[in-house]
Design a protein around this ligand. Structure first.
Ligand code: GDP
Length: 529
């Protein structure tokens, strides 16, 4: 492959995630995007595929029951001249950490908003995360087939609540029962939709030019209404500014109805055109450019037992530079060791496949046998670590209580493996044999308990424990660290990765410890460098 081919492969990647409040239509739109990408032939198979893969697992049943998507995954599909990598994010707020890390692995995001509900709580939080890295955001106003807020009002709401300027690219023709299609403001064409078909084909009519008399024939009174509205919009709304979009300051906005397949193709066309390709990434040593020929990337997510039959743990790895080829040897920077990756997975179309090569922007799945952690960097030799992929100290703590004491080995194994995923943290106190689980949301304990049962055959419950907060401990002076360990044994534990953690019964206790040991660092987030 020539350098030019490599650059072209890299620049045609589009790696993004969908952010939205639950129920706004993320799943539906994902399904339609895959449909347009030719990844699936019939609509309605995304959820179906997930549930057949996990048919035997009660845990997935629980997920379905609660209507939340917990296990985020990656989907790759070709569209026009591009290769699109769509990273799914869990919708429930108890999984916000996972979402946070997924967002570190994308180059842009698609924000889906329900036209009736407007900007909702989760959208605000996710937008805050995107703002940390100035991630470019395209917006899709969904469910236009229902009565909702006036479009201009909604744009105002996005601008004032989310603090991002909005530039409509398409404009809806009517709303609710009168929703007929969209007008493309920059291409001066009207797209009218007929009833949607479950396959890729859909009946739509395109009319060139807002003043085309055909429009009056097809829309009647609504044609003049549309013309007046467009005049108003062109005066009132921001115009699209590509650089402002790339800086994360302005969001191009599309309207439609994902369920009916209205406006989705216009969105996808606009997305692959405007969205940035793989971006440079900060590391401990320097900024790494996607076009560099040496391979590098980082792990942003680990998922245990994706395939319950094989008990596998997959590390999701974002390629930042260079080409990946199957069987290649890379440096595992944290361990300072060379490892071979013989059997990476791709996430193309309907199932996981073995992969021959992959490019910057792509996500590959690497089998984890316990040596890979979230945040780990692999390179072709250079000692650098990508930054900004943290673990967060949990705020809720429970002690694992086992029904059958003979299963304690199995329990430890299950907890250690599930904690690799990063949503929960395991603490083993220095002074006893307790297993304490920390999480950011209550739902996590239920999920872990359920997964221990179905994936590890361990019946375990979680009970209250006298821990309020936890901090990872670091100290540059080894002697001082030993002293600290001696004096604080009762409050110290090791996490599942073997790192030292201070577990505090109260915030006051933590504060006092911090004041007493000024040369010891108490960290609320952990990053590996
Ligand atoms: P998610 O929680 O964001 O993944 O949302 P889903 O895609 O599961 O959609 C939530 C609900 O809204 C489902 O019942 C969908 O059928 C429905 N829905 C999605 N898109 C549309 C749409 O364009 N119009 C209408 N009326 N309903 C929709």
């Amino acid at each position: 492959m020539t350098a030019l081919d490599f650059a072209a492969e890299t620049m045609r990647r589009r790696t993004f995630a969908i952010i939205s409040h639950p129920d706004a239509g993320k799943t539906t739109i994902t399904e339609k995007l895959l449909l347009f990408g030719g990844a699936i032939q019939m609509a309605g198979t995304v959820k179906g595929r997930k549930s057949t893969r996990h048919a035997t697992s009660d845990w997935m049943a629980m997920e379905k029951e609660r209507g939340i998507s917990v296990s985020s995954s990656v989907m790759q599909f070709p569209y026009k001249d591009h290769i699109v990598n769509l990273l799914d994010t869990p919708g429930h707020e108890d999984f916000s950490e996972d979402t946070y890390r997924v967002l570190t692995a994308v180059d842009s995001a698609l924000m889906v908003i329900d036209v009736a509900k407007g900007v909702e709580a989760r959208t605000i939080k996710l937008m805050d995360v995107c703002r940390l890295r100035d991630t470019p955001i395209i917006s899709f106003i969904n469910k236009m087939d229902r009565e909702g807020k006036e479009p201009l009002e909604l744009l105002d709401e996005i601008e004032s609540v989310l603090k991002i300027r909005c530039a409509p690219i398409t404009w809806p023709i009517g709303m609710g029962k009168r929703f007929k299609g969209v007008y493309h403001l920059y291409e001066d064409r009207v797209i009218l939709y007929g009833p949607s078909l479950p396959t890729r084909a859909q009946s739509k009519t395109e009319i060139k030019g807002l003043n085309n008399p055909e429009l009056d024939e097809l829309l009647g009174d609504q044609a003049d209404e549309l013309r007046m509205e467009i005049e108003l919009v062109q005066g009132a709304a921001d115009t699209y500014d590509h650089d402002a979009y790339l800086r994360g300051e302005l969001s191009p906005v599309y309207f439609g109805s994902a369920m009916n397949n209205f406006g989705v193709q216009e969105l996808l066309d606009g997305f692959v055109e405007a969205a940035p390709g793989p971006q440079p990434r900060p590391s401990t040593a320097r900024e790494v450019l996607p076009t560099e020929d040496k391979f590098s990337g980082f792990v942003f997510k680990i998922q245990a037992n994706m395939d319950p039959q094989h008990r596998d743990r997959i590390a999701f790895f974002r390629i930042c530079s260079g080409k990946f080829s199957r069987g290649m040897k890379v440096k595992h920077v944290r361990l300072n060791r060379d490892i071979k990756i013989p059997d990476a997975l791709t996430f193309m179309s309907s199932d996981r496949e073995r992969l021959e090569e992959a490019f910057p922007g792509d996500i590959i799945g690497i089998h984890n046998h316990g040596t890979i952690r979230i945040g780990d960097t692999f390179t072709e030799g250079e000692r650098l670590a990508f930054t900004g992929i943290p673990n967060f100290a949990p705020e809720l703590f429970r002690r694992a209580r086992l029904r059958d004491p003979l299963k304690s080995k199995q329990l430890l194994k299950g907890l250690s493996q599930l904690c690799e995923e990063g949503a929960t943290q395991l603490y083993k106190p220095m002074i006893n044999n307790d297993l304490i689980l920390g999480a950011v949301g209550v739902l996590q304990f239920e999920v872990v308990s359920e997964r221990l049962k179905t994936e590890y055959s361990v019946d375990c419950q979680f009970e209250q424990v006298n821990v309020t907060t936890a901090r990872w401990i670091e100290c540059d002076d080894p002697k001082r660290l030993e002293e600290f360990k001696d004096k604080n044994e009762a409050n110290l534990a090791l996490d599942h990765a073997g790192d030292l953690v201070y577990i505090a019964p109260t915030r006051v206790n933590l504060q006092m410890a911090q004041e007493r040991w000024k040369d010891v660092r108490f960290l609320a987030t952990r990053e590996h460098g």
